[in-house]
Design a protein around this ligand. Sequence first.
Ligand SMILES: [Zn+2]
Length: 401
Amino acid sequence: MNFDKIHISLKKNMLNFSRGVIFMCLVVNKGLKLELLPSKSMIQVLEQNIGNARFIWNNILGIYCDLYELFKFHGCPLSPTINNLNAILKMLKQENSFLYDGESTSQQQVFRDLNKAFTKLFKEKHGFPKFKSKKNPKQSFRIQKNGNNIKITNRRIRLAKLGYVHYRTSSKYKKLLKNSKINNVTVKRENGKYYAIVNITTTVEELEKTGKHIGIDLGLKNLATLSTGQEIVNLDLTHEEEMIHKYQRKLNRQKYMSNNYKKTLQKYYKWLNRKNNKIQNAYHQLSKYLVRNYDIIAMEDLNIKGMFKNKKWAPKLQRISLYKLVKMIKYKAEWYKKTFIQIDRFYPSSQLCNNCGYQKHDLTLGIREWTCPVCKTKHNRDINASKNILQKAIQENIVNS
Ligand SMILES: [Zn+2]
């Protein structure tokens, strides 16, 4: 099965919706992506704010790191509080007057984000927050909604002190923007384009319960194998990747930021965006399909970070960026009140015979098909694994509820 086929069944399923049944409305937060069309002077303003946000992040982080080391030396690591960080921001502003020109809620947002990163560090043992590099092709800042500081008309979005910017988006999103509560806006530069991600609170209609459950084995050979036996093939991104590499090589030969370099950069970004959009669309379709058709969706808790350390797996995994798909399924399941379960990644889902429970300890990665020596069932490795994942998840779900 490929994504096209999933698309078709998705439409069929929508037609099957029985009319007259009233579904509950569920309140959710959504991020809507608008493409900004800034003028040259507006680009300057946006860049100024992106730079400020990065400056504040890096400087607070730097000062905080020094303090952290100092306090640690005295035996009591300094836990960050909003007050601590706010004091550091005030000090920074006094020393760097250009910060007064920026949008103030976006500056406060930086230390709120930083505070969150530190809380994660202390509570969940997350990694230490990283310094932001100017060279990163993704740069952003966020504006919190505060009174009338954010306003969106049919064609333009007003971003606080920064003024109005034209934007482009679908009519579906325009309608949503008109009728929803706006929480915040993240302005992002990504691959040469500017976007506003508008976070809104809206409602979605509850999806009909289907009584069906599904186990998913995420893999390398196929993107995913479902416990129904369906195989979802990886996207073919060969052409996009060839073009990306072609322009990357060209950029390496050209003089940095010369006119020709800039022209090539545009082409390079174009193909990067094409590739990302293709992945994004396919993942949206697949996650929608799963959430619409199944009440329990089960999957392994992948140690994606660990996999990246394995050199052989890294390039493929990077390409298919599985974590994005997992995240999408997770939040859509949450929206529509479906159950998403991730089972322990050490559960031997590939080795167990789904029919009799026999464990084949010597199953290596290369074996795609095997026959159970006890009950003689023939197994496709991935389908068997996805069935086991589903079974395990249902057991856990019963225990927990
Ligand atoms: Zn068996």
